[in-house]
Design a protein around this ligand. Structure first.
Ligand code: ZN
Length: 383
């Protein structure tokens, strides 16, 4: 019930040095030096000396019901398991539908999100598929947002992609209006999450939405912006005007840059990383290359890319961690409940081994999901 994490190097994600973290009833009760185990009865003490403590990760782009299907029905990807998400240090996911709004539905996305939540995760979804007008539950994006608690925006809506419906600027503006107003009426973030493909125009329409209309810039979260170098350059410009740029883990096409390279490059350019986020595109399809079949993206790639950013590219741990914790939580308007280690926050906490950043412990709402590197819980049908 009560836990005391003793003597870990704490990143909130800001670096606050060696601290103890007391967890009471699923929330962070105190973060301080030398907290006594006697502050409350029956404190379970977890020795974290020599380890790193940081907030659990938030992954805002996971195909929880399975993506893919671009090589016909045989290539439809199955639903994700709890174990894959847990092994990635992710406590909060946002589910997305993707390209297939015909044989897959927002209804099943909602049901899967509820199932994962019953298994211990924090879950949200975006309503919609690639196309505009897009798939919904109620018939309208704005109604989904106001009436369905888990819907925090629309996405992933495709632009600059041969699989998109090639929405006009007016169509995107009308959609953005529903998302923004739905967010206001529903009391939630109101995010328009844009899948950006390899198409020629990149995020030109997004610049126009920001410059020519009155939408708040923070409502737009374009993703896959590291998939080719032109798009990455546009992303750097978009960050300079206060926009958010989301990079996808596991970029290996050779046309773009990996997440560690992207973070390193932006740092060298002197661009603040506060509006930079990273997501996995987990359980979606990886495009076929070199005559291979399409593959499955892994949520775990998010974790691996953050570790590589710190270990190989020497990105500050606090900068790397914030791209999957605080920055995402602020954009999704779930901060400071999520994405930080501060008094009153939900106790979604990772304890990492300092040598290789492997996961030693993982708490969600103060409960142990990984201990000594072993996953303690399984989804109902997991072996
Ligand atoms: Zn996508």
């Amino acid at each position: 019930m009560f836990k005391l994490l003793k003597g870990g190097h704490c990143y909130t994600p800001g670096d606050i040095g060696i601290k103890d973290v007391a967890v009471v009833y699923g929330h962070i009760y105190r973060v301080d030096e030398n907290i006594s185990r006697n502050i409350l009865p029956d404190m379970e003490v977890l020795d974290c000396s020599g380890k790193i403590i940081c907030p659990a990760f938030i992954d805002q782009h996971v195909h929880i019901t399975g993506g893919g299907g671009e090589e016909g029905p045989v290539s439809r990807i199955p639903e994700i398991s709890l174990g894959e998400i847990l092994s990635s240090g992710v406590a909060t996911v946002v589910g997305v539908l993707g390209v297939d709004g015909i044989t897959r539905s927002v209804e099943s996305l909602l049901a899967k999100a509820r199932g994962l939540e019953a298994e211990g995760l924090n879950t949200y979804i975006y309503t919609g598929s690639y196309s505009v007008p897009t798939a919904t539950i109620t018939g309208k994006v704005i109604s989904d947002m106001v009436l369905i608690d888990k819907v925090i925006g629309a996405g992933e809506i495709a632009i600059a992609d041969h699989r998109s419906s090639n929405p006009s600027i007016e169509q995107l503006a009308e959609l953005a209006s529903q998302v923004h107003t739905g967010g206001l009426l529903g009391g939630k973030a109101g995010i328009l999450h844009l899948h950006v493909g390899d198409g020629k125009e990149g995020i030109e329409k997004l610049f126009r939405l920001v410059y020519e209309y009155d939408f708040p810039v923070e409502m737009f979260v374009p993703t896959h912006l590291n998939r080719n170098t032109n798009l990455f350059e546009q992303a750097a410009e978009y960050l300079k005007i206060g926009g958010t740029a989301d990079f996808t883990a596991g970029e290996t096409s050779g046309k773009g840059c990996s997440v560690p390279e992207a973070l390193s490059c932006l740092t060298r350019k002197g661009i603040n990383l506060d509006k930079v986020t990273v997501s996995s595109d987990g359980n979606g399809s990886i495009p076929a290359k070199d005559g291979q079949k399409t593959g499955i993206g892994r949520v775990r790639q998010l974790y691996d890319d953050i570790c590589s950013s710190i270990i190989s590219e020497k990105i500050n741990p606090e900068d790397a961690f914030k791209t999957v914790t605080e920055n995402v939580a602020r954009i999704l308007k779930i901060y400071p409940r999520k994405g930080t280690l501060t008094v009153g926050s939900d106790a979604d906490i990772l304890v990492l081994n300092s040598s290789d950043l492997s996961i030693d412990k993982f708490l969600i709402g103060g409960d142990k999901y990984i201990d000594n590197g072993n996953i303690m819980r399984k989804g109902r049908y997991e072996k």
